[in-house]
Design a protein around this ligand. Structure first.
Ligand code: ZN
Length: 197
């Protein structure tokens, strides 16, 4: 079934349209608006505006890189994780439709990637899941297991996989575990289309 992705601009429109002032209080309202605008512009000059905060958050997550739990002794998996992670961050930051995939789940993609921990799949069970996967995770969880095959992906495909898993972290279910959810292939297609692959 096709996933439901609602545009994040809907909520912005709704928020601004509730700012209605009564006629009588118009001049007072104007004053309040003027004061607010001043406060906002002062904030932008001397403090951090929302865009600056977003950029700072991106810088922090990019500087720290992916959070790895335990050791990933597989050089190729490590390399793909670092490159794919940077690539995924860049896409989420610069492509609004890619941000919208997370916004539709009430999440911020940069934060989700920053809060995710990555491990190499090692146990027998984990290796069994890896027989037909590059990586796997739990719905709403913050831990992603990387399979050996992940190390053979291109940087772009690695980024695609990391965004796919991050969407699960943000709460996106998947068929058949979630009977109404999109299939893995549909999520791949959605990531490809919305994140500029
Ligand atoms: Zn999936």
């Amino acid at each position: 079934m096709a996933p439901k992705i609602s545009s994040s601009t809907d909520s912005i429109d709704r928020r601004t349209s509730t700012r209605v002032f009564p006629r009588r209080g118009l001049s007072a309202s104007r004053l309040i608006i003027a004061a607010l605008t001043c406060a906002l512009s002062v904030g932008n000059v001397f403090g951090a505006g929302p865009q600056d905060n977003k950029r700072a958050a991106l810088r922090d997550v990019r500087k720290r890189g992916p959070v790895v739990v335990g050791k990933i002794p597989n050089y190729k998996v490590n390399q793909c994780l670092s490159a794919g992670f940077r690539n995924a961050l860049r896409r989420i930051h610069h492509i609004p439709s890619c941000q919208d995939l997370f916004a539709a789940l009430d999440a911020n993609g940069i934060e989700v990637l920053g809060n995710t921990t990555y491990s190499l799949a090692k146990s027998d069970f984990e290796k069994q899941v890896c027989s037909d996967s590059n990586a796997f995770t739990t719905i709403g969880g913050s831990k992603v297991w990387l399979c050996g095959a992940f190390g053979w992906l291109s940087e772009q495909d690695a980024a695609k996989v990391l965004i796919h898993e991050a969407l699960h972290g943000a709460g996106l279910g998947e068929y058949p575990g979630d009977p109404n959810g999109p299939t893995a292939a549909e999520i791949d297609e959605m990531v490809k289309k919305h994140c500029g692959f």
